[in-house]
Design a binder for this molecule. Sequence first.
Ligand code: SF4
Length: 246
Amino acid sequence: MKIAGFIKTSLVDWPGKIVSVVFVPGCNFRCPFCHNSHLVDRKKTKKIKNLSEKSIFEELAKRKEFIDGVVISGGEPTLQPDLAEFLEKCQRLGLETMIETNGSNPENLEGILNFKFKILNFIALDFKGPLDNRYARVVGLKNFEPEIWIKSLKIILSSGIPFELRTTVVPGIHNGKILTEMAGQLKKIIENYKLKIEDYSWYLQNFQPQNCLKSTFEKIKPFSKIKLEEFSKAIKKIIPKVKICD
Ligand code: SF4
C-alpha cells in the first residue's frame, strides 16, 4: 500500500483508543476546505517520498504493546487496492483497525467488510453535505451521485460494524438549515433499516483554515464554538448523539 505519512501515537483519531495513524496519498474528491492538500493535490503528492510498508510494520511491531490499533487515513484509503491486505497484516500483529473514508467506494468497502475474517473494527464515515445535487459542489467535483455515499452507508449499516459520521462544518457551505436538513436525511436512511437513530454518533468538526486545497478557503473564519453549539442544539432534536470537535 502507498503510505505518505505516519504518526506514531494519537489519542484523538479513534475515540477512546491509543493508535498509530497511517496516511495514504491520493483522493477522488477535491473538497476545497480539505486541510490535507499535500495528500490530495497531484502536484504535491508527486513530490511525496512514500514510506515503505516494511518500515511501518517494523514500527508497529515495536509499538504494539503501547497502542490499541491503527487508523488508516488520507487521502482516501479505499482507493488503495491492497487496503484489505494491509488491514489483515495489522490484525495479525494483534492491532485493531479503523479507516476514515469519504464513502465514495462502496465496492471496496464491501470487500473489506466481507473479507474471510474480521479485518476492520471501526469506520469514520465523512458526511460532507446534503444528499442531493449539492453534494458534488461540496466535494469539489462537477458530478457525484450521493446514492454512491448512501450505498456505502447502507453497506456499513447492514454489516453491523461500529461507526461514526463526521462532518467538517465550513462557513459558506454549511449553516443551521443545511445541517438540520442533513440530519433529517440521515435519520430517514437509518430508520428505514429499523435501527435506532440514538445509537449513532455524528461529529461536527470545525473547519481549519490551513493547508486548504483551495487557498481562498484559508481566508474563511471558522464558526465560533457558540455557533456550533447552536447548530448542535437544533440537530439534537433529530440526531440525539451529535458531538462537537472544535
Ligand atoms: S477532505 Fe475531501 S479531498 Fe480531503 S482527503 Fe477528505 S475527501 Fe479527500
